[in-house]
Each structure stands twice: as C-alpha cells, then as structure tokens.
Design a protein around this ligand. Structure first.
Ligand code: NDP
Length: 445
C-alpha cells in the first residue's frame, strides 16, 4: 500500500489566482445567479430594471427581502427532482463503462444509462436516439402537462428565486460533504486539489472521484440533475409564455427551446465521451463543479427562455433562418471536431488525418479541425452560444451574458488545458504549437 504522500502528493501551484480567486468565484457565482434574475425580470421591472443604487441598498437592508429568497415548496420540489434522478440512475438499465486509467493503476467503472442498452434493444432500435433518464423526465413532464394543462407547469417561472436557493444549497451541502469525506483514509485526491488551504481545496475539489458505493457523485452531477433540469425549466418558460398568449408560443421561444434541447440531448446521447474530459479525469469534485452543475447551468443557461416570457420577440422567417444557420454552423464544427478527436483517441482515423507522434507515444492530430486550431470544438460551442442569444433581439446586453461568460470560461479552460498538455508532452507540445499556432479561432486567437 503506497504511503499517503506517494498516493496523494501535496499540490504545489495554484490556479484561479489562488485562495483569493477561489473565494471570489465561490461568492460571485451564487451572487451572479441571483443578480441575473433581479437585473432581468418583470418582477423587478425590466431588463435591466430602472432602480437607483440607493434603492438597491434599501432593499438589501430589508430582512423580509432576504427571507423571500427561501421557498419551502420550491425546495421540496427540487429535492424530489434530485431524488428522481438518483432513483432513475439506480433502476434504469445501463452499461458499466470503464474510465481512463487512474494513477493508482486501476480504472473506475461508471454506470452509463444515457442510452438504452442491451436489455431494451428493440426500443433502442425504434428510437435510434434514446436515452433513458432524459426520456423518462420528458415523458413524465409531458404527461403532467397533458393531464393538468399548461397552466400547471408554470410554477418554475413563478418560484424562480426559491428554486435557485434550493439548487445553491444543494451544491453547498455537496461541496462541504465531499470536502469532509475526502479526509478519510485511502481517498484518491485530485493532483490539483491538495494544497492544504481550506478555501482553495473546497472550491477546486479535493477528492478526484467521491462515491457512495458504485454511485459516482461527479459524473452523476455533471450530466443529470442540472442539465436535464435546464430543459425542464425551458418547458416551464414556454408554458408561461403560452398561457399569456392564449396557447401559442413565439418563433424565438421555439428556437431557444430547440437549441437548448438539442444541446442537452446531444450531451446525454454522447454520455461516455464525458469520461475523457478534464472535469472527470483531472479535477476533483468541489464547490466549483457542484455549483456549476447544479445551479449555474440550469438557472443561468435558461436566461434567454425566461426573458422571452415577458419580452415576446417575433423573429419572422428571414431572421429565424439566419439564427438557425448560425446554430447549425456552430453545431457542425462542435460535433465534427469532437468526433475527429474521439475517433482518433479510440484508435480510429476514418478521414486519414495527419498526426504527429510524441515521445510519450501519444499521437496528436495536426490536420482536419485540429490542424486549424488547438481547440476547434470550443469555437463551435461559442458560435452556438451566440445563436442561443440572438433570438432575444438586441434590446438588452443581459441576454448575451451567456456568450460573454462562456468566452471567458473557454479561454480560461484553453489556457489550463494547454498548460496541462505542456506538462504532459514537454517539447513535443512546443513543436505542436508551432504546427498549430491558433488557440481557438483560426487567424484570430
Ligand atoms: P477537449 O475536448 O478539447 O480536450 C482536450 C484534450 O484533448 C487535451 O487535454 C488532450 O488530451 C487532447 N488533445 C489536444 N489536442 C489534441 C490533438 N491535436 N489531437 C488529439 N488530442 C488532442 O477539451 P474539454 O474536455 O475542455 O471539452 C470537451 C467539450 O466540452 C468541448 O466541446 C467544449 O466546448 C465542451 N465544454 C462545454 C462546457 C459548457 O458549459 N457547455 C464547459 C466546458 C467544455 P490527451 O492528449 O491527453 O488526450
């Protein structure tokens, strides 16, 4: 049995500007999640609302305002939703798939039930794109709306702040619980999460794969309770808009819903691909991932749909076609770039792309999408992000928050990944960066 210091070496460097940066993000993510609601909502009078700074300070000094952030009913509904996802993970059929090798030499197994598998083969063939947890959630939602009417499913719009609080508390509880549990004997820590600084390690994630038995907390949170909830929230926003319009919804709402739906469906359909992402292979599970997965993704990414409830933009056929074209372009780049790399990392090269071989023996693509930039998939993702905001028109920059934040996130992620690759591949990485000089957007960045 290796000693603790061999198994889990002390982390020497910091990311995110160290503990002050970690504290800043820990506080600013929840604050921004609320702020995006209060700065762009009909309840507060617009997007942005016409409220002066002294008035905001008055509100913040009023205890009853703080009490209204809590909603017992919303919290109970949220807990039921989370429990539903856990039960679905447990009872629905799925394959046990191995992740990448751990530094202990072994491999962890994950239950992937994004896709229906062997025992449901006939249904699998009928719905070639079928993924069980998502389908079950959508089926139950549709059944509920069909039975009780669209008015019955507007409660997420009505209780928005209460749901945000519930999701934030869930992420805080999980972040604290995983941090405390990481001190038990034999826990495998993330190489970047063992600095000894409580604030930093709690944020960045101390334990690599916190689990309860076979239940892996990190992969579960990455794709299910937050991502699927995002689509359910969009459905609630569409219902609220439909109630206000006597049953119909705008073309802009249809576009936003379809874009988000497609993105989530695509991620779930390609669920095994998550096992090679940085989040799973490298980062521990801390508040950064718990709050991102559980609160930020569903409640920030659905901002455009919520905005369209009270600003009912009609695009017309020409603008609809333009926005669809932008989204398709982004999706094409995103999917084909990710596809090229996935194929290549799984030993296939159907397009006969050129590659270079590193001293470690690993090969790096140098043609196709991966010859144009070092992160072509990020470029596709950013183009799609723009397409999701365009349906809201140009009345306010707030609905473009997602594109702006996502640009910062992906640039930061590219820098982190390039640093990791430099450590991994040494001088081969320098050779590679000369062959592929652009980081995300060819000829621009
Ligand atoms: P990538 O999919 O770009 O993976 C980076 C890894 O790919 C590197 O560490 C390296 O690992 C390998 N690699 C790099 N260059 C090459 C090459 N030329 N040939 C072959 N392999 C190479 O990064 P992410 O995991 O960050 O992103 C995955 C997807 O998730 C992206 O499409 C991204 O846009 C999306 N994403 C979405 C987010 C959201 O909130 N919607 C957030 C973050 C990401 P190795 O060599 O070890 O295999």
């Amino acid at each position: 049995m290796p000693s603790e210091s061999t198994l889990n070496p002390r982390t020497k460097g910091y990311e995110f500007f160290g503990p002050p940066g970690a504290l800043f993000v820990t506080l600013s993510v929840p604050i921004t999640t609320y702020a995006l609601y209060f700065s762009c909502s009909e309840a507060t009078g617009g997007c942005p609302p016409a409220i002066s700074t002294p008035a905001i300070l008055d509100v913040l000094g009023d205890w009853s305002w703080w009490k209204n952030l809590w909603d017992t009913e919303a919290t109970l509904i949220y807990l039921c939703w989370y429990a539903f996802c856990v039960v679905a993970w447990y009872i629905l059929p799925g394959d046990w798939v191995e992740g990448v090798p751990l530094r202990t030499g072994g491999k962890k197994k994950y239950k992937i039930n994004g896709k229906l598998t062997h025992s449901w083969r006939c249904i699998d063939l009928m719905f070639s794109v079928a993924f069980s947890t998502f389908l079950l959630a959508l089926g139950l939602t549709s059944g509920y709306i069909w039975r009780y009417g669209i008015e019955s499913f507007t409660f997420i719009y009505d209780k928005w702040v209460g749901f945000v609080t519930a999701a934030l508390l869930m992420s805080l509880v999980q972040g604290i619980a995983c941090y405390i549990a990481s001190f038990r004997d034999g826990a495998l820590l993330a190489l970047g999460g063992n600095t000894g600084n409580i604030i930093y390690d709690f944020f960045i994630g101390r334990e690599l794969n916190p689990s309860i038995g076979a239940f892996d907390v990190k992969t579960f949170n990455e794709l299910r309770p937050g991502l699927i909830l995002w689509v359910i929230i969009d459905i609630s926003m569409a219902c609220e808009q439909a109630v206000r319009r006597g049953g119909s919804i705008t073309d802009s709402m249809i576009l936003v819903f379809l874009f988000h739906f497609w993105y989530v469906a695509d991620s779930l359909y390609n669920e095994p691909a998550i096992l090679t992402t940085m989040d799973i292979t490298t980062d521990g599970f801390g508040f950064m991932l718990s709050v991102g997965d559980l609160a930020w993704v569903p409640f920030v990414y659905s901002l455009q749909a919520r905005y369209l409830v009270f600003r009912q933009v009609e695009l017309g056929s020409m603008w609809t076609a333009v926005v669809v074209a932008v989204n398709l372009l982004g999706y094409y780049i995103f999917r084909s770039a990710n596809g090229e790399k996935n194929d290549f990392r799984n030993g296939r090269n159907p397009k006969s792309l050129k590659f270079m071989t590193t001293e470690r023996g690993t090969k790096l693509l140098i043609s196709g999408w991966w010859g144009l930039s070092r992160h072509p998939n990020y470029m596709g993702d950013l183009i799609m992000a723009l397409a999701w905001s365009l349906p809201t028109g140009i009345e306010t920059p707030i609905t473009y928050f997602y594109v702006m934040y996502f640009t910062v996130l992906l640039i930061h992620r590219q820098i982190r990944d390039d640093e990791n690759c430099e450590k991994k591949y040494g001088k081969d990485w320098h050779k590679y960066t000369q062959l592929v000089p652009y980081r995300i957007i060819p000829y621009v960045y």
